[in-house]
Design a protein around this ligand. Structure first.
Ligand code: GLN
Length: 267
């Protein structure tokens, strides 16, 4: 990828001796952002995640090619960042079937792609989940997690969660609405620990999971609009840099402040 000359991009934004703008993982002249199955998986405004990642990249002068892949299309294997959202139980089963048959997302993961998934998308990335027919449905096995069906009430409501310190992100705000309960195997780390809300629903306080460049969360909001630092993290991974030039966060901050206050306010 080639970045236009811009004094903002200097060596302070490079790591591993690599110039910002010459990332190892990006082969095209612009960042390839793949939004997987908008026709099946985009509940609660998860589409906003694609818009925010795109916007945060453009704010830094990065070119972005957004590829929206419907469920009757092949998932390209050469993307840099893949986003997959939440969905109702039946579309979730269809999405899992098609993604297994297509194989593109698995190949992209094998190529080291960055994948960020929400709710139904998160469950699909795991080994299996319970589908709308009450049967065990295989996932893609890209995260060492599996999902059972919660016996109690759905997990619904606003969430505040402290992110794994290794990721260096501020507290997550979002909202959840799911019946699935997600269990983590040894190969996956919790993305965060809930302060408010249920997260993975296991009762152990964990929320989401991650490994290398593959992430899952139960948070909608859309999560990137409430937490632009998450979008920035994906961009940093794609560019293989440790920092990005600053970009305005006024509106994101206003939304965060409002939602965090609403979540912590006594009922
Ligand atoms: N259908 C899944 C569940 O209820 C995921 C829901 C969602 O994506 N919001 O667990």
């Amino acid at each position: 990828m080639s970045i236009p000359p811009n004094p903002q991009y200097d060596s302070q934004y490079s790591q591993h001796g690599q110039q910002y703008g010459r990332p190892s993982k990006m082969s095209e002249s612009s960042l390839r952002l793949v939004w997987v199955y908008p026709d099946l998986l985009s509940t609660y405004g998860d589409r906003g995640n694609a818009l925010v990642v795109e916007r945060r990249a453009r704010q830094r002068g990065l070119g972005v090619t957004r590829i929206d892949v419907r469920s009757d299309q092949a998932v390209p294997t050469s993307g840099d960042i893949y986003l997959i959202g939440g969905g109702e139980d039946r579309p979730q089963r269809l999405a899992a079937e098609r993604l297994r048959n297509d194989g593109g997302l698995v190949r992209a993961a094998e190529n080291g792609a960055i994948i960020f998934s929400v709710c139904a998308g998160f469950q699909i990335l795991g080994h299996e989940f319970i589908n709308d027919l009450g049967q065990r449905e295989p996932g893609l096995g890209l995260l060492d997690v599996w999902t059972t069906r919660g016996e109690g009430a759905r997990c619904v409501g606003d969430v505040l969660a402290d992110v794994d310190p290794q990721l260096g992100l501020p507290q997550l705000t979002g909202f959840e609405n799911h019946q699935g309960v997600t269990h983590l195997g040894e190969g996956a780390k919790p993305l965060a620990r809930v302060q408010v809300g249920r997260g993975n629903g296991t009762g152990d306080g964990t929320e989401g999971a991650w490994r290398d460049t593959v992430f899952g969360t139960y948070l909608h909001g859309p999560v990137m609009a409430r937490n632009p630092a998450v979008a920035d993290m994906l961009l940093k991974l794609a560019l293989d840099v440790s920092a990005l030039p600053p970009a305005d966060t006024t509106w994101y901050d206003a939304l965060r402040t409002e939602r965090i206050a609403a979540t912590t306010r006594p009922a």
